[in-house]
Design a protein around this ligand. Sequence first.
Ligand code: KIV
Length: 272
Amino acid sequence: MSIHKKEFKKVTTHVLQEMKRNGEKISMLTAYDYTLAKIVDAAGIDVILVGDSASNVMAGHETTLPITLDQMIYHASSVIRAIDRALVVVDLPFGSYQGNSKEALFSSIRIMKESGAHSVKLEGGREVKESIARILTAGIPVMGHLGLTPQSIYKFGTYNVRAKEEEEAERLLEDAHILQECGCYALVLEKIPALLATKVAAELTIPVIGIGAGGGVDGQVLVAHDMLGLTTEFSPRFLRRYANLDETITAAVKGYITDVKSRDFPNKDEQY
Ligand code: KIV
């Protein structure tokens, strides 16, 4: 281990718990590759999510459903090679854990063993209880995910805000408690009313991390490509863009094309 690495306190599930107790907000971003993960980690992010949103962002699929376990492991191992400090959580992809706790365990073991990741995340409430319990038997930390769960897009029909009605809100609150009782170390709440998310975070002792769930939770997660302005078509209300890399990259590529065509690049100093 280098001296540089020793300077950092590594983020663990226990550190996140401590942060919640101390009222320190948790920062979380996605990353799917070595280069971006290295930048995000060095900037001081607490948690990196190797999200199945890689299916949309990296592969151009319309939904998160097509991404495979092998592909998630490939992305996760690239991220793991880049990081010094952040906790890395990897999404169990669609079809690798639902309805079969044994498969959930095998999928999670493959992710941990083959990528070196620190934990897994899965979508759903009471219906994935058995899978969570089984994964935990192998000592693998599990993060839950409620609210808008993109792997169930064909059940919901839309990516609209979830749990606006009382019945769905009550069920979500119950599910949040079930996930905590099952042993999840943290929970993501996606696109639900801020008041409900605040209530969940206040009732649970585990950290609750929101995306489109307001500021009353214990931390925030965004898809890095969205907040960096690399993706431009996706503009939900909850998304704050911190850069406009689409414009920056377009300008750079156009400059390069111009220089190549005009024979300006390479110049004498840029050749051997
Ligand atoms: O896959 C993903 O990027 C996610 C976040 C939206 C939480 O699950």
